[in-house]
Design a protein around this ligand. Sequence first.
Ligand code: NAP
Length: 296
Amino acid sequence: MAAKIIDGKQVAADMRAELKAETARLKAEGIVPGLAVVLVGEDPASQSYVTAKERACEEIGIYSDDNRLPADTTQETLMALVDKLNKDPKINGILVQLPLPKHLNESAVLLAIDPAKDVDGFHPVNVGKMVVGEEAFLPCTPHGIIQLLVRSKVKIDGAEVAVVGRSNIVGKPIANMLIQKSPTGNATVTVCHTRTRNLADHVRRADIIIAAAGRPNTITADMVKEGAVVIDVGVNRINDATKKSGFRLVGDVDFEAVSKKASLITPVPGGVGPMTITMLLYNTVVSAKRAAGKKA
Ligand code: NAP
């Protein structure tokens, strides 16, 4: 069986069109969603992520507030900026681009963000609400994965899912979302990591495989059940002399071989990646609606 591709670019484009229409409706009522982006230092990858986030805001009509600070910014200055943004009514979401330079206390900064503006969904208040099934900002990458599954009409209810990876930004939250007693949950989830014995045995049982290990070829065809749905979160650079850059991006899944067995599969790039920024925009629009006392 040749797998169908889950086109993350297309799903993201559809969602952004919906968000653009929603933003226009809100604007007509005088509500302009606002996202503040905070970048400390000149790391090129972080700069390009921040630029992409700001451009995406502009495209759909979200006001974006750019805060770029020098690499030697003190903890005090950064905390004061977060405090100012917490109090600014034009700002509905605050995103501090990680990683921060080593001399700064990252968790203190994330804790200082008002949970009502924590559109990354990393604040322990939002994490806790997510776990107990209360309304919360869901972290963007796992929330994007749920959207890909739902919009591809994958049956999550009752499915066996193998999540490979237990990070705070992907593995743990996606596992939590999938076990919720909710229309996008009710799955039976196994979470695997480097201490898992016999990874293949767990993955082979799965109707849905979510690979978030950050290692190329973690999931090979012999580990995949015929007809499984495969979501590849990994983004890995591998050397490729045929590319001008000298490298290309691959996921955690042996795409070519696995796509012959899976029923649906996400490519890298163009699968989960485009969804992450889209869910950030989504959370910002939701936050603006909540701040205006509207149902989100
Ligand atoms: P991370 O913090 O490095 O976590 C990786 C997890 O995978 C760890 O829990 C690790 O286990 C587990 N792991 C690693 N090798 C394994 C193996 N061979 N077998 C089983 N488990 C293994 O990474 P992350 O931040 O979650 O990101 C994972 C990948 O997704 C990366 O490639 C990252 O670039 C990508 N990513 C993509 C997006 C996107 O928008 N597309 C967003 C976020 C992340 P231990 O806990 O035992 O070490």
